[in-house]
Design a protein around this ligand. Structure first.
Ligand SMILES: Cc1cc2nc3c(=O)[nH]c(=O)nc-3n(C[C@H](O)[C@H](O)[C@H](O)COP(=O)(O)OP(=O)(O)OC[C@H]3O[C@@H](n4cnc5c(N)ncnc54)[C@H](O)[C@@H]3O)c2cc1C
Length: 446
């Protein structure tokens, strides 16, 4: 344990601030609207299940194209991961560029990563054209490494992206890391200046407002209970009564239940956990995270560290894929690890500790698919801020029969494995395996 944190612990210091909350920090600026259950309209053109980035981005485009749209959420609008995430707007998939080159060749790798750039741009474009005030900032990301092996691996990945995609980056050494983050744990890293951060709660609230003013009906507290296709449309039953829809979009990502069992067999839900610290004086935050980038480490079991958009707090994510215990227990676990990375965090109190649910897939790809006529977009494997925006809009284009619906993410089979029905009992084992791979990569000299 670092000295600051050890001294703090020795004093038996309380790590939770008075008024500690187990809800997302983002909800302070963008509180959830009350659930307000109600019966949906009897007939609609499109019923959308799920009110996160995917559902709302689709709803805006569909309503503006003149479709009568209802968005249903089982809980309050925006209950899911869209208002709980870390707010990193990236351009990376679980499949690295080099992996795709090796498995599918240069052309395919370039096609996929070009689309990742389009996905990133779709967020920037939405925020700008809709004038959504949500702290969208392109300050770059620092990807940190802890060993020579990791450093070389990261440099190779980005060198390839520079060559084939023109992605700018610069590799930095241990001393230069110190100018970026107050940590001695890392031997270097890559700065990727084109990546961004956002306040996901305010982005989501902006999308809600735009969807509503485009004419979509938005209903919280009203779960969809069944969707029955009959060749001409769908009978959707909800807890508040039925609706008849010509098209249905399922946008439930990590919150996918048994509404469509075919989908449930293909989605692996897993939890991700975050904490926010108390507000810090400007000089202190400038010392701890001087450059206001997003920071992440080059491992499977990632840590993410960033300033809050108002520049007053530190937000930290870790232990993805582990089961929630209690918000305080998980918060303490994250706090101790954050202090291992930036020792001074050990002296800070936590004001918020929360959890949200992500969706993995068996092939680690996001998917846009149609099953029995229903459209589904999701399985974002932790890239749902750009991908939810992008594939939500692609899903709308598909429903509208537009050519721009085309995407590489709609061209792949959507696999499951025999016997899987939606209970991801194996996730802790998978995370332990990832942890072992990370330690293997970190072995040797820094
Ligand atoms: C802690 C955390 C950190 C993350 N960090 C990042 C990040 O920095 N960058 C990034 O790109 N991604 C990140 N992600 C992932 C990203 O947040 C998600 O991929 C994205 O928000 C998914 O959006 P969505 O609209 O598809 O689903 P969600 O926002 O999860 O919404 C799904 C909704 O469906 C509703 N629902 C489910 N079943 C029904 C039903 N039967 N009837 C009605 N409604 C139903 C749920 O109530 C829920 O509101 C993170 C996720 C978490 C949890």
């Amino acid at each position: 344990m670092p000295d600051d944190a050890r001294n703090h612990a020795r004093k038996g210091a309380e790590i939770f601030a008075p008024g500690f909350k187990d809800t997302p920090y983002w909800w302070e600026a963008a509180p959830r609207p009350p659930a307000n259950p109600q019966a949906p309209p009897r007939d609609v053109d499109v019923a959308i299940v799920g009110s996160g980035f995917t559902g709302l981005n689709a709803a805006i485009d569909l309503a503006r194209a003149g479709r009568k749209v209802v968005v249903l959420d089982a809980e309050e609008l925006g209950h899911g991961a869209s208002t709980r995430n870390a707010g990193y707007v990236g351009q990376t998939l679980k499949h690295g560029f080099r992996d795709l080159q090796n498995s599918h060749g240069d052309q395919y790798a370039v096609a996929v990563y070009r689309e990742m750039k389009h996905a990133f741009d779709s967020v920037a474009e939405r925020v700008e054209s809709e004038q959504i005030e949500c702290g969208f900032k392109v300050r770059g990301r620092l990807i940190l490494t802890r060993s020579r092996r990791q450093y070389a691996d990261l440099a190779d990945e980005f060198e390839r992206r520079r060559k084939h995609l023109g992605t700018e980056f610069s590799m930095i050494d241990k001393a230069a890391v110190r100018d970026e983050v107050a940590s001695d744990l890392f031997n270097g890293g890559a700065i990727v200046p084109s990546l961004a951060s956002i306040h996901p709660g305010l982005y989501h609230r902006g999308l809600l407002d735009r969807a509503r003013s485009a004419g979509a009906t938005l209903i919280g507290g009203t779960p969809a209970l069944a969707v029955v296709p009959d060749g001409k449309g769908f009978d959707v039953s909800t807890a508040q009564g039925p609706t008849r829809a010509r098209d249905v979009l399922i946008a439930t990502n990590g919150y996918t239940g048994n509404l469509v069992p075919w989908l449930q067999r293909r989605i692996i839900p897993f939890d991700a956990h975050m904490i926010a610290t108390e507000p810090l004086a400007p000089e202190r935050i400038a010392r701890l995270l001087p450059t206001d980038r997003t920071y992440i480490d080059h491992v499977h079991d990632v840590i993410s560290l960033r300033r809050s958009p108002d520049g007053t707090r530190i937000l930290f994510l870790w232990r993805t894929g582990t089961r929630p215990t209690t918000p305080r227990a998980k918060g303490a676990e994250l706090h101790a690890n954050a202090a291992r990375i930036v020792p001074e965090i050990g002296t800070l109190k936590i004001t918020h500790s929360w959890t949200g649910r992500c969706a993995g897939t068996f092939d680690l790809w996001p998917h846009l698919v149609q099953h029995k006529g229903m459209v589904f977009a999701g399985g974002y494997c932790f890239a749902g801020l750009p991908m939810g925006t992008y594939l939500g809009r692609k899903a709308a284009a598909r429903i509208l029969g537009r050519a721009e619906a085309r995407t590489v993410f709609a061209e792949r089979n959507f696999p499951t494995v025999p016997g899987y029905t939606g209970n991801p009992w194996f996730m802790p084992t998978v995370m332990r395996w990832y942890g072992m791979m990370d330690r293997w990569q970190m072995r040797g000299a820094a």
